[in-house]
Design a protein around this ligand. Structure first.
Ligand code: FMN
Length: 190
């Protein structure tokens, strides 16, 4: 079982993106152990706070130190990623020389009610990840047009074709992790 740290870019109780993350967890249940990062307690990024590092920051960086891969599940806000996700990315990328994202393989997924399925946000996010020295999983992409009745806590998704697609995604992400895990691309801290 590979450990996957999951960052969901929505704090909403009925978040469709959280439901999507859960559906991907169900689809990959024989391959992955999902560990959900708690982004709510992270303060807004402020360099001054490194003087007394917030516990939530320490916890996130510790999770990333122990993970095999990362899954970002992002809503789309104004064709980009929401502040909660941007904030978490900033915290874990610092302090200078201690970028916790470096060398980690990452998949990106997202859902929105519109037909673009959070594609704008995901493409934005994917352009950030190499800057963080992450290894980006490319195919299949997961642009999901979501609706409240599409997700089910036990089954993952109520739609058979979507379930098959998510299981295929899980198998391919698993194979990607095997490939990139063979190299230690984590670069030394600068
Ligand atoms: C500030 C804001 C901006 C949004 N911008 C977009 C957008 O650019 N594209 C889109 O498809 N949906 C947009 N939405 C709608 C979200 O996709 C929708 O609220 C979605 O349910 C959020 O994900 P969640 O259910 O995981 O919280 C926006 C919502 C908010 C609050």
């Amino acid at each position: 079982m590979k450990t996957i740290t999951v960052l969901v870019g929505s704090l909403r109780q009925n978040s469709m993106n959280r439901a999507l993350a859960r559906a991907l967890e169900v689809a990959g249940k024989d391959r992955f152990r999902f560990v959900y990062a708690d982004l709510a307690p992270l303060p807004m990024y402020n360099d001054d706070l490194w003087a007394d590092v917030p516990d939530a920051v320490t916890a996130l960086k510790q999770q990333l130190a122990e993970t095999d891969g990362v899954l970002f599940v992002t809503p789309e806000y104004n064709r980009s990623i929401p502040p909660v996700l941007s904030n978490a990315i900033a915290w874990a990328s610092k302090p200078y020389g201690e970028n916790s994202w470096a060398g980690l393989p990452a998949a990106v997924a997202g859902t929105s009610p519109g037909p673009v399925g959070a594609a704008g946000a995901q493409i934005h996010l994917k352009s950030m990840l190499p800057v963080l020295d992450m290894l980006v999983f490319g195919q299949p992409e997961l642009y999901v047009q979501g609706s409240a009745d599409m997700f089910d806590d036990t089954l993952g998704t109520t739609r058979e074709d979507t379930r098959v697609f998510f299981e295929d995604w899980a198998a391919k992400f698993d194979a990607f992790l095997d490939r990139v895990a063979r190299q230690d691309t984590r670069i030394a801290a600068e």
